[in-house]
Design a protein around this ligand. Structure first.
Ligand code: AMP
Length: 190
């Protein structure tokens, strides 16, 4: 099963992708996690991406497409994967189609939430993490977050039309409790 999880920052993509990866026994491929690892390891990609990510902007398409193409080629992704945070632009989606060749996506799951509440939700989560002494993402602050939400609205949301036109899009209400969202996603895939 080859799946994409689509949704704005704070919609719960990471959490749901993790749960689905356990239920379906396929890997969760998160470009955000890959890029954060590259930044902390100070690789060439990490050095290019660090400041862009900190500002909340999208890193260049060719850079993430290269990352994901290499990852999809690994043996654990042969029977399927869940893409979390990729694609984020129509150009990335077109490149993904090329990379997948005859093994195209089975389904694109959109997590729909009231975007007006997202800023409060993520800032609240960051504050809680700070209080608990946990690490807070460099882009979980008001300034970067509004850039991330704008990037979603302008560059990523058009993907819903791209995938709807291919008959692949399923939309789930992600403002429900976490387990209900998971159940709705499983039902949408079935
Ligand atoms: P995420 O963890 O998915 O919220 O991603 C964190 C940040 O990594 C984003 O705000 C972007 O700067 C960068 N990023 C992750 N995935 C992509 C992508 N597919 N295209 C461009 N930038 C990305």
């Amino acid at each position: 099963m080859r799946l994409v999880l689509l949704g704005p920052p704070g919609a719960g993509k990471g959490t749901q992708a993790f749960k689905l990866s356990q239920i379906l026994a396929i890997p969760q491929l998160s470009t955000g996690d890959m890029l954060r690892a590259a930044v902390s390891e100070r690789t060439a990609i990490g050095r290019q991406a660090a400041e862009i990510m900190e500002r909340g902007e999208l890193v260049p398409d060719d850079l993430v497409v290269g990352l994901i193409a290499d990852r999809i080629a690994r043996s654990d992704a042969v029977s399927g994967f869940i893409l979390d945070g990729f694609p984020r632009t129509v150009t990335q989606a077109e490149s993904l189609d090329d990379v997948l060749g005859s093994h195209q996506l089975n389904c694109v799951l959109e997590l729909k939430v009231d975007e007006q509440h997202l800023l409060d939700r993520i800032l609240g989560r960051a504050m809680q993490a700070r209080e608990n002494g946990e690490a807070v993402r460099a882009d979980d602050n008001q300034e970067a977050l509004s850039v991330r939400l704008t990037a979603y609205a302008n560059q990523t949301r058009p993907l819903t039309h791209y995938y709807a036109a291919k008959g692949l899009l399923k939309t789930v209400d992600a403002s429900q409790p976490m387990d209900r969202v998971t159940a709705a996603l499983v039902e949408a895939i079935a």
